[in-house]
Write a protein that binds this ligand. Structure first.
Ligand SMILES: O=c1[nH]c(=O)c2[nH]c(=O)[nH]c2[nH]1
Length: 314
Protein backbone atom coordinates (compact mmCIF):
# COMPACT_ATOMS: atom_id res chain seq x y z
CA UNK A 1 0.00 0.00 0.00
CA UNK A 2 2.75 2.44 0.97
CA UNK A 3 4.61 1.85 -2.32
CA UNK A 4 1.63 3.28 -4.28
CA UNK A 5 1.62 6.50 -2.30
CA UNK A 6 2.84 9.36 -4.46
CA UNK A 7 5.33 11.60 -2.70
CA UNK A 8 7.82 14.25 -3.66
CA UNK A 9 11.00 15.30 -1.93
CA UNK A 10 10.12 18.75 -0.66
CA UNK A 11 13.49 19.86 0.67
CA UNK A 12 16.80 18.41 1.70
CA UNK A 13 20.12 19.47 3.13
CA UNK A 14 22.89 17.37 4.57
CA UNK A 15 26.39 17.71 5.93
CA UNK A 16 28.62 17.29 8.94
CA UNK A 17 27.70 18.39 12.42
CA UNK A 18 29.78 18.74 15.58
CA UNK A 19 33.13 19.11 13.85
CA UNK A 20 35.36 20.07 16.76
CA UNK A 21 38.40 22.20 16.19
CA UNK A 22 41.07 23.94 18.24
CA UNK A 23 43.41 26.37 16.51
CA UNK A 24 46.58 27.68 18.10
CA UNK A 25 47.64 31.05 16.73
CA UNK A 26 51.33 31.65 17.32
CA UNK A 27 52.36 35.29 17.69
CA UNK A 28 55.69 36.96 18.42
CA UNK A 29 57.87 36.23 21.46
CA UNK A 30 56.03 33.06 22.48
CA UNK A 31 52.67 34.87 22.65
CA UNK A 32 49.93 32.44 21.61
CA UNK A 33 46.18 32.49 21.18
CA UNK A 34 43.67 29.68 21.12
CA UNK A 35 40.27 29.35 19.44
CA UNK A 36 37.89 26.45 20.00
CA UNK A 37 34.97 25.93 17.65
CA UNK A 38 32.26 23.40 16.94
CA UNK A 39 31.23 23.60 13.30
CA UNK A 40 28.21 22.40 11.33
CA UNK A 41 28.16 22.48 7.53
CA UNK A 42 24.97 21.61 5.65
CA UNK A 43 24.76 21.75 1.86
CA UNK A 44 21.68 22.33 -0.25
CA UNK A 45 21.68 21.72 -3.99
CA UNK A 46 21.21 19.04 -6.65
CA UNK A 47 21.31 16.11 -4.28
CA UNK A 48 17.71 14.95 -4.86
CA UNK A 49 18.71 11.75 -6.68
CA UNK A 50 20.70 10.54 -3.69
CA UNK A 51 17.42 10.43 -1.81
CA UNK A 52 15.06 9.38 -4.57
CA UNK A 53 17.23 7.11 -6.78
CA UNK A 54 20.02 5.96 -4.46
CA UNK A 55 22.45 7.76 -6.77
CA UNK A 56 25.49 9.10 -4.91
CA UNK A 57 27.30 10.45 -7.96
CA UNK A 58 26.83 14.08 -6.89
CA UNK A 59 27.17 13.52 -3.16
CA UNK A 60 30.07 15.27 -1.48
CA UNK A 61 30.89 12.94 1.41
CA UNK A 62 30.27 14.50 4.79
CA UNK A 63 33.70 13.15 5.70
CA UNK A 64 35.15 15.41 2.98
CA UNK A 65 33.24 18.35 4.47
CA UNK A 66 34.86 17.64 7.83
CA UNK A 67 38.29 17.58 6.15
CA UNK A 68 37.48 20.86 4.40
CA UNK A 69 36.76 22.50 7.75
CA UNK A 70 40.23 21.52 9.01
CA UNK A 71 42.03 22.50 5.79
CA UNK A 72 40.37 25.93 5.62
CA UNK A 73 40.95 26.45 9.34
CA UNK A 74 44.63 25.82 8.76
CA UNK A 75 44.77 28.34 5.89
CA UNK A 76 42.40 31.01 7.21
CA UNK A 77 43.28 34.13 9.16
CA UNK A 78 39.69 34.39 10.35
CA UNK A 79 39.16 31.40 12.62
CA UNK A 80 38.97 33.74 15.63
CA UNK A 81 36.20 35.70 13.93
CA UNK A 82 33.62 32.97 13.44
CA UNK A 83 31.31 35.04 11.22
CA UNK A 84 34.14 35.52 8.73
CA UNK A 85 35.32 31.93 8.91
CA UNK A 86 31.72 30.77 8.36
CA UNK A 87 31.52 32.98 5.26
CA UNK A 88 34.80 31.58 3.97
CA UNK A 89 33.60 28.02 4.43
CA UNK A 90 30.27 28.72 2.78
CA UNK A 91 31.89 30.45 -0.19
CA UNK A 92 34.37 27.62 -0.57
CA UNK A 93 31.63 25.02 -1.04
CA UNK A 94 29.87 27.16 -3.64
CA UNK A 95 33.13 27.96 -5.45
CA UNK A 96 34.12 24.28 -5.48
CA UNK A 97 30.86 22.46 -6.27
CA UNK A 98 28.70 24.02 -8.95
CA UNK A 99 25.69 21.90 -7.95
CA UNK A 100 25.61 23.38 -4.44
CA UNK A 101 23.05 26.19 -4.27
CA UNK A 102 23.35 27.13 -0.58
CA UNK A 103 25.87 26.34 2.12
CA UNK A 104 24.62 26.63 5.68
CA UNK A 105 27.44 26.99 8.19
CA UNK A 106 26.87 27.20 11.93
CA UNK A 107 29.73 27.80 14.33
CA UNK A 108 29.79 27.67 18.11
CA UNK A 109 32.76 29.37 19.74
CA UNK A 110 33.71 28.17 23.20
CA UNK A 111 35.16 30.60 25.70
CA UNK A 112 38.87 30.60 26.47
CA UNK A 113 40.09 33.64 28.41
CA UNK A 114 43.77 34.33 28.87
CA UNK A 115 44.94 33.62 32.43
CA UNK A 116 46.17 36.39 34.63
CA UNK A 117 49.11 34.98 36.60
CA UNK A 118 50.54 37.16 39.37
CA UNK A 119 49.10 40.28 37.76
CA UNK A 120 50.33 39.46 34.25
CA UNK A 121 48.50 38.11 31.26
CA UNK A 122 49.98 34.71 30.59
CA UNK A 123 51.39 34.14 27.08
CA UNK A 124 49.94 30.66 26.54
CA UNK A 125 47.54 29.66 29.35
CA UNK A 126 43.77 30.07 29.30
CA UNK A 127 40.74 29.28 31.40
CA UNK A 128 37.10 28.68 30.58
CA UNK A 129 35.41 31.84 31.87
CA UNK A 130 31.81 30.92 31.14
CA UNK A 131 29.71 28.13 29.68
CA UNK A 132 27.94 30.44 27.27
CA UNK A 133 28.88 30.20 23.63
CA UNK A 134 29.14 32.67 20.83
CA UNK A 135 27.09 31.34 17.92
CA UNK A 136 27.04 32.37 14.31
CA UNK A 137 25.39 31.20 11.14
CA UNK A 138 26.29 32.02 7.57
CA UNK A 139 23.95 31.04 4.76
CA UNK A 140 25.74 31.57 1.46
CA UNK A 141 23.56 31.19 -1.66
CA UNK A 142 24.09 31.47 -5.37
CA UNK A 143 22.13 34.35 -6.85
CA UNK A 144 23.48 34.57 -10.40
CA UNK A 145 26.85 33.65 -11.93
CA UNK A 146 28.76 36.49 -10.39
CA UNK A 147 27.33 37.01 -6.92
CA UNK A 148 26.58 35.21 -3.71
CA UNK A 149 24.03 36.31 -1.19
CA UNK A 150 25.31 36.04 2.38
CA UNK A 151 22.94 36.00 5.34
CA UNK A 152 24.74 36.22 8.64
CA UNK A 153 23.37 35.93 12.13
CA UNK A 154 25.20 35.82 15.42
CA UNK A 155 24.11 35.09 18.92
CA UNK A 156 24.60 33.92 22.44
CA UNK A 157 23.76 30.45 23.68
CA UNK A 158 23.45 29.12 27.21
CA UNK A 159 24.24 32.29 29.16
CA UNK A 160 22.96 31.44 32.65
CA UNK A 161 22.03 34.45 34.79
CA UNK A 162 20.18 35.04 38.06
CA UNK A 163 19.19 38.10 40.07
CA UNK A 164 17.97 37.96 43.65
CA UNK A 165 15.67 41.00 43.53
CA UNK A 166 14.59 43.72 41.12
CA UNK A 167 11.94 41.53 39.50
CA UNK A 168 8.18 41.51 39.94
CA UNK A 169 5.22 39.86 38.27
CA UNK A 170 1.81 41.38 38.95
CA UNK A 171 -1.40 42.35 37.24
CA UNK A 172 -1.69 39.17 35.12
CA UNK A 173 -4.94 37.36 34.32
CA UNK A 174 -6.64 36.00 37.43
CA UNK A 175 -9.29 33.37 36.81
CA UNK A 176 -10.30 29.96 38.13
CA UNK A 177 -7.03 28.46 36.83
CA UNK A 178 -4.83 30.93 38.72
CA UNK A 179 -2.97 29.91 41.84
CA UNK A 180 0.21 32.00 41.37
CA UNK A 181 0.31 34.92 43.82
CA UNK A 182 1.36 38.34 42.59
CA UNK A 183 4.88 39.27 43.62
CA UNK A 184 6.79 42.52 43.70
CA UNK A 185 10.06 40.87 44.68
CA UNK A 186 11.23 37.56 43.25
CA UNK A 187 14.33 35.78 42.06
CA UNK A 188 14.69 35.94 38.29
CA UNK A 189 16.84 33.44 36.44
CA UNK A 190 17.17 32.47 32.80
CA UNK A 191 19.50 30.85 30.28
CA UNK A 192 19.79 33.34 27.47
CA UNK A 193 19.47 32.26 23.85
CA UNK A 194 19.82 35.29 21.59
CA UNK A 195 20.23 35.76 17.86
CA UNK A 196 20.76 38.98 15.92
CA UNK A 197 20.50 39.06 12.15
CA UNK A 198 22.49 41.28 9.84
CA UNK A 199 21.24 42.77 6.59
CA UNK A 200 21.94 40.39 3.72
CA UNK A 201 25.16 41.12 1.82
CA UNK A 202 26.18 40.35 -1.76
CA UNK A 203 29.69 39.19 -2.53
CA UNK A 204 31.64 38.49 -5.70
CA UNK A 205 31.59 34.80 -6.62
CA UNK A 206 34.51 32.75 -7.82
CA UNK A 207 37.56 31.26 -6.17
CA UNK A 208 39.81 33.84 -7.80
CA UNK A 209 37.87 36.92 -6.77
CA UNK A 210 40.39 38.82 -4.71
CA UNK A 211 38.41 41.74 -3.44
CA UNK A 212 34.96 41.74 -1.92
CA UNK A 213 35.53 38.29 -0.42
CA UNK A 214 33.99 38.91 2.96
CA UNK A 215 31.62 41.44 4.49
CA UNK A 216 33.32 44.20 6.44
CA UNK A 217 30.98 44.41 9.43
CA UNK A 218 32.73 44.43 12.81
CA UNK A 219 31.02 41.30 14.15
CA UNK A 220 33.19 41.25 17.28
CA UNK A 221 32.04 44.72 18.27
CA UNK A 222 28.37 43.80 17.78
CA UNK A 223 28.83 40.59 19.76
CA UNK A 224 30.48 42.40 22.68
CA UNK A 225 27.80 45.10 22.63
CA UNK A 226 24.97 42.55 22.50
CA UNK A 227 26.43 40.45 25.32
CA UNK A 228 26.97 43.54 27.47
CA UNK A 229 23.46 44.81 26.77
CA UNK A 230 22.00 41.41 27.66
CA UNK A 231 23.85 41.34 30.99
CA UNK A 232 23.35 45.02 31.82
CA UNK A 233 19.63 45.05 31.07
CA UNK A 234 19.13 41.82 32.99
CA UNK A 235 20.89 43.29 36.02
CA UNK A 236 19.62 46.87 35.89
CA UNK A 237 16.06 46.56 34.62
CA UNK A 238 13.43 46.74 37.32
CA UNK A 239 11.73 43.83 35.63
CA UNK A 240 7.94 43.80 35.31
CA UNK A 241 8.18 40.44 33.51
CA UNK A 242 10.58 38.40 31.43
CA UNK A 243 8.67 39.71 28.40
CA UNK A 244 9.34 43.37 29.23
CA UNK A 245 13.01 42.76 30.04
CA UNK A 246 13.49 40.78 26.83
CA UNK A 247 12.03 43.60 24.75
CA UNK A 248 14.41 46.14 26.30
CA UNK A 249 17.41 43.96 25.52
CA UNK A 250 16.40 43.52 21.89
CA UNK A 251 15.54 47.20 21.48
CA UNK A 252 18.95 48.31 22.76
CA UNK A 253 20.83 45.95 20.44
CA UNK A 254 18.96 47.32 17.42
CA UNK A 255 19.65 50.87 18.62
CA UNK A 256 23.43 50.40 18.88
CA UNK A 257 24.01 48.12 15.88
CA UNK A 258 23.03 49.74 12.57
CA UNK A 259 23.84 46.55 10.60
CA UNK A 260 21.39 44.51 12.66
CA UNK A 261 17.77 44.50 11.54
CA UNK A 262 16.32 41.73 13.69
CA UNK A 263 16.88 40.33 17.17
CA UNK A 264 15.40 37.15 18.61
CA UNK A 265 15.52 36.07 22.25
CA UNK A 266 14.35 32.89 23.93
CA UNK A 267 14.37 33.28 27.70
CA UNK A 268 13.23 30.35 29.80
CA UNK A 269 11.94 31.50 33.17
CA UNK A 270 13.91 29.20 35.47
CA UNK A 271 11.60 29.27 38.43
CA UNK A 272 13.04 29.53 41.94
CA UNK A 273 10.32 29.32 44.58
CA UNK A 274 10.42 30.05 48.31
CA UNK A 275 10.34 27.06 50.65
CA UNK A 276 7.55 26.94 53.20
CA UNK A 277 9.34 26.88 56.58
CA UNK A 278 6.23 27.73 58.63
CA UNK A 279 5.96 24.15 59.98
CA UNK A 280 9.35 24.77 61.60
CA UNK A 281 8.34 28.10 63.10
CA UNK A 282 10.59 30.02 60.68
CA UNK A 283 9.53 33.05 58.65
CA UNK A 284 10.50 32.59 55.00
CA UNK A 285 8.09 34.81 53.10
CA UNK A 286 8.17 38.34 51.69
CA UNK A 287 11.19 40.29 52.88
CA UNK A 288 12.13 37.38 55.20
CA UNK A 289 12.52 34.96 52.28
CA UNK A 290 16.07 33.67 52.07
CA UNK A 291 15.67 29.96 51.36
CA UNK A 292 14.48 28.98 47.88
CA UNK A 293 14.19 25.86 45.80
CA UNK A 294 15.03 25.93 42.08
CA UNK A 295 12.72 23.99 39.77
CA UNK A 296 14.12 22.65 36.53
CA UNK A 297 10.78 21.58 35.11
CA UNK A 298 8.47 23.00 34.05
CA UNK A 299 9.88 26.38 33.12
CA UNK A 300 8.25 29.34 31.45
CA UNK A 301 9.54 30.06 27.96
CA UNK A 302 9.35 33.62 26.72
CA UNK A 303 10.36 34.31 23.11
CA UNK A 304 10.14 37.27 20.77
CA UNK A 305 11.58 38.66 17.57
CA UNK A 306 12.07 42.41 17.44
CA UNK A 307 12.78 44.15 14.14
CA UNK A 308 13.83 47.61 13.09
CA UNK A 309 10.72 49.61 12.14
CA UNK A 310 11.73 50.23 8.53
CA UNK A 311 12.29 46.47 8.09
CA UNK A 312 8.95 45.67 9.74
CA UNK A 313 7.13 47.81 7.14
CA UNK A 314 8.64 45.99 4.16
O1 LIG B 1 7.87 37.12 33.78
C1 LIG B 1 6.95 36.29 33.76
N1 LIG B 1 6.17 36.17 32.67
C2 LIG B 1 5.12 35.29 32.59
O2 LIG B 1 4.42 35.21 31.56
C3 LIG B 1 4.92 34.45 33.71
N2 LIG B 1 4.01 33.46 33.96
C4 LIG B 1 4.29 32.98 35.22
O3 LIG B 1 3.67 32.03 35.79
N3 LIG B 1 5.35 33.65 35.75
C5 LIG B 1 5.75 34.57 34.83
N4 LIG B 1 6.76 35.48 34.84
Amino acid sequence: MASNTRVVLKSQRYGKDRVRLVKVIRGDNGWQDVVELTVRVLLEGDFETSYTHADNSLVVATDSMKNTVYVLAKQSNHVGRPELFAQELGRHFLDTYSHVSTAHVRILQHRWARMNVQGRLHPHSFRRDGDDKRVCEAHVSRTDHSRYRVDISSGISQLLVLKTTGSSFTNFVRDRFTTLPETTDRILSTVVEAEWRFHPAYLTAGANAREDRLTDIDYDEVYQAARNITLNVFAEDNSASVQATLYRMAQQIIEVAPDVDQVYYALPNKHVFTVNLEPFGLKNTGSDATIFMPFDDPSGLITATVVRKSAAKL
